[in-house]
Design a protein around this ligand. Structure first.
Ligand SMILES: C[S@@+](CC[C@H](N)C(=O)[O-])C[C@H]1O[C@@H](n2cnc3c(N)ncnc32)[C@H](O)[C@@H]1O
Ligand code: SF4
Ligand code: SF4
Length: 369
């Protein structure tokens, strides 16, 4: 155990030391080693959420990547240093071959861990998945979205009985001691008061807990209906108070503290990049039909890097088109976000900010860069 912690610390230190080189590459619009992928395995969805319109994309006319195409892509040497993949969507457990996909990815990449983001509406499918992937459980996290307890969750998700199904899924997950469980809440004006309750719910099931403030983006297809999901500054103050009270702030590492502050700050300031973002440099987003984008918020926002059905990953990743987009990102021109699975992954390359966080005890939320 001690050796594991030591190895992790050495690795983190190496990352910090490499940061200046990464920044130099970024300023030239040049790619780095790919370490993270956000893969949307389907656009299909069985919910009707108020903060996300992906469910409106419809079930037909999709040509999702098939197993042989997925295997082919992830065998590419450019992906040999992959550390983390998020499988999301749509609702990923609507894909019947999700267990096969996960087993292929984990077999191909021995150091890889996978996070699956799900609405928890399909307990039986999740049970079958857990049986089929049993040998890999310690490298898989199932992230269940819980936005409130009981009927408010149903209302937000637009499905009567949705919360009941989440509870059934939690009971299924309980049967498998090695699987990692995370409860993830999307915070909005309608549900922020439920924050401490969802936090407690996670604890009761022995799950870790994370949250995001609802964002507006072409990925969530919600640009045109921001009214009821975006905070008014006054109610946001109230929400921040409640959130900070419910979290064990004194237990947070400096990086987690910075992440928390940036997340809250972004919701009010909506600046494009609070820190220099390396999405598109050390990571990419892949949509169900093989289109590659620098990050999730780029989907539907503007043209992406290319499509793996038309060109090999190597050509796409090193193409002029990809470098042009990276130059834009390096200049701060992007849709903007603070998503855990995207810009927050760039935090270890912003170590002067982290140093400041270590030195200034607790720092105030207003003091963002
Ligand atoms: C788009 S969903 C896809 C996975 C799955 N369907 C689910 O709901 O968990 C991925 C995550 O984004 C969250 N989400 C949905 N709408 C959002 C928004 N407008 N801003 C931020 N996060 C959002 C969901 O709650 C979920 O945790
Ligand atoms: S948040 Fe998830 S479940 Fe809800 S509409 Fe979007 S993709 Fe579907
Ligand atoms: S800040 Fe967000 S939107 Fe902008 S490049 Fe990074 S991940 Fe994409």
């Amino acid at each position: 155990m001690k050796a594991k912690v030591k190895a992790r610390n050495i690795y983190a230190l190496m990352r910090y030391l490499q940061a200046p080189v990464c920044h130099a590459f970024r300023s030239l619009g040049l790619p780095l080693t790919i370490r993270f992928v956000n893969y949307l395995i389907t656009w299909k969805c069985n919910s009707r959420c108020m903060m996300c319109n992906i469910w409106k994309k419809g079930w037909s006319a999709q040509k999702e990547l098939q197993i042989d195409e997925i295997e082919n892509l992830f065998t590419d040497p450019l992906l040999s240093k992959l550390e983390w993949i998020q499988l999301s969507g749509g609702e990923p457990f609507l894909r019947k071959d999700i267990a096969e996909i996960v087993c292929i990815l984990l077999k191909l990449h021995p150091k890889l861990t996978i996070y699956i983001s799900t609405n928890g509406m399909l307990p039986d499918a999740i049970d079958s998945f857990l049986i089929e992937t049993r040998e890999y459980h310690d490298r898989i996290t199932v992230g269940i979205s819980v936005d409130a307890i009981g009927s408010l969750h149903d209302f937000i998700r637009g499905i009567p009985g949705a919360f009941q199904r989440v509870m059934e899924t939690m009971e299924v997950l309980r049967k498998y001691p090695n699987i990692n469980i995370n409860v993830s809440m999307t915070v909005m004006p309608i549900n922020y008061k439920a924050f401490p309750h969802v936090r407690r719910f996670a604890r009761e099931y022995g799950a870790s807990f994370g949250f995001q403030i609802a964002q507006v983006s072409t990925y969530f297809s919600n640009i045109e209906k921001i009214g009821n999901i975006v905070f008014h500054p006054l109610s946001f103050k109230d929400a921040v108070k409640l959130i900070l009270k419910a979290l064990d702030l004194h237990k947070l590492k400096p990086s987690a503290r910075f992440d928390l502050k940036a997340k809250l700050y972004y919701s009010i300031a909506r600046r494009n990049q609070i820190i220099p973002c390396f999405s598109g440099f050390h990571s990419f987003a892949l949509d169900p039909e093989g289109n590659i984008f620098p990050c999730l918020p780029w989907i539907g926002y503007s043209e992406g890097f290319g499509n793996i059905r038309e060109n090999a990953l190597k050509e796409i990743w090193k193409s002029n088109q990809a470098n042009r987009i990276r130059e834009k990102i390096a200049k701060g021109s992007c849709p903007g976000c603070w998503l855990e699975c995207e810009i927050a992954r760039s935090l270890d390359k912003s170590w002067p900010l982290l140093m400041r966080e270590i030195l200034c005890s607790k720092g105030s939320l207003q003091k963002m860069p």
